[in-house]
Design a binder for this molecule. Structure first.
Ligand code: PLP
Length: 410
């Protein structure tokens, strides 16, 4: 009789091949198997160390296992983990109060994943359009931007413009209009009396960290206010300190009607998302009309509250600004040396690699071999989004490794 090796004793290569027959192939991960992590650093099964320059697509804004977040989770694990919303739990009120205060809005609808927050906002905006705005039944429309990324559910991919996200998944949910991003004239022309909401990312993350012109977010606010429809900002990737502000909309002093949060809201420990909105908007929901078994669970609320406390200090936003200058300067020095161009705000950058040097994937693999983890997007772009806790020294190290990899070529 042969005995399968103990799981923990399997090598990275063995674990990667073990995944192949039993895991759906909906991802194409870099060939690294992470087993432990602390701060900005992760370690693989063989003990090799890597600097995490992706930070779980911003879910790890505070780094891996931030002590305050881990402590909050441990404390809560010893008290109460789940009640469902059939009962109240003693952690949820405080979480909602602190999140509303942090965003300057009134009410919170807690969910779990980012896509669920987006789905929930779509439902709430439609209901608001019928009950408050007076749009005729089933005629509400929501305007979105081309090249958006809001998640993977059937309704959300219905308004994606990325064929690989949509192909084979129809029929699609109607009621969405797509306009070019960063184009206020197109947005104005698309808005009519059926418009419930305009849903946009203040910075398009998956599209390659695409930053709109100054004035675009203010323009969206003005147009939506004038037309009497909602401005929904999807801050699931851009929010919670990443850009040097609590929310990316703050760069233009804009307050949307609805803010969607996720990723870092769960401190990199548990999936936590939320729709945060004005009372008039979330007030349309009545018992039985929407819900989630895990949404607002005490463990999520405890970690979420600890996360809000970290952001309340302002320390992480400041750090993203300061280290962001280092990142921007470092990338600027690489333009013409393998980098064609880049877009950066705070500790977040999309870097377009010269295709003559290699694809984004090839550069990501070369960086991995040198101990730096990043993720490519759209062929020739790599995304940098290190934990906001990264030291200057580690960030400088990552930039010089990138310079080296570009010099050598993929
Ligand atoms: C802006 C934005 N919205 C929504 C989502 C979906 O979040 P989740 O993967 O948690 O469903 C993402 C994920 O990358 C995102 O970047």
């Amino acid at each position: 009789m042969t005995v399968a090796p103990s799981r923990s004793l399997r090598s990275s290569a063995e674990l990667i091949s073990a995944e192949e027959p039993v895991l759906a192939h909906n991802y194409h991960p870099l060939p690294v198997v992470v087993a432990r992590a602390e701060g900005a650093w992760v370690e693989d099964v063989e003990g090799r160390r890597y600097l995490d320059m992706l930070a779980g697509y911003s879910a790890l804004n505070f780094g891996h296992r931030h002590p305050a977040l881990i402590e909050a989770a441990h404390r809560q694990l010893d008290q109460l983990t789940l009640t469902s919303r059939a009962f109240h739990n003693d952690r949820l009120a405080g979480f909602a109060e602190s999140l509303a205060a942090l965003t300057g809005l009134d009410m919170v609808l807690p969910m779990n994943t980012g896509a669920e927050a987006v789905e929930s906002a779509v439902k709430v905006a439609r209901k608001w359009a019928y009950e408050v705005k007076g749009v005729p039944a089933d005629r509400a429309t929501i305007i979105v931007a081309a090249d958006n990324f809001h998640g993977r559910t059937t309704t959300i991919v219905s308004f994606s413009t990325d064929e690989s996200a949509r192909s084979g998944f129809g029929p699609f949910t109607p009621g969405f209009r797509v306009v070019p991003y960063n184009d206020l004239a197109a947005l104005e022309a698309a808005i009519d009396e059926t418009t419930a909401a305009v849903l946009i990312e203040p910075i398009q993350g998956e599209a390659g960290v695409v930053i709109p012109d100054d004035g675009y977010l203010r323009g969206v606010r003005e147009l939506t206010t004038r037309a009497g429809c909602l401005f929904i900002a999807d801050e699931i990737q851009s929010g919670l300190g990443r850009t040097g502000r609590t929310l990316a909309v703050e760069h233009e002093d804009v307050v949307p009607d609805v803010v969607l949060l996720g990723k870092a809201l769960g401190g990199g420990i548990v999936p936590v998302s939320a729709v945060v909105a004005r009372r008039e908007v979330l007030g349309v929901l009545r018992p039985g009309e929407h819900g989630s078994t895990f949404g607002g669970n005490p463990l999520a609320a405890a970690v979420g509250s600890a996360m809000v406390e970290l952001l309340e200090t302002g320390e992480f936003q400041r750090r993203a600004q300061e280290a962001g200058v280092l990142l921007r300067d470092g990338l600027a020095a690489l333009v013409g040396k393998g980098v064609r161009g880049f877009r950066a705000r705070g500790l977040w950058a999309g870097v377009d690699i010269d295709p003559a040097i290699g694809t984004g994937r090839e550069i990501s693999e070369s960086l991995m071999r040198e101990g730096i983890l990043v993720k490519d997007t759209h062929g020739s772009t790599i995304r940098l989004a290190p934990p906001l806790t990264i030291t200057d020294e580690d960030l400088r190290g990552a930039l010089s490794t990138l310079e080296e990899v570009l010099r050598k070529g993929a």
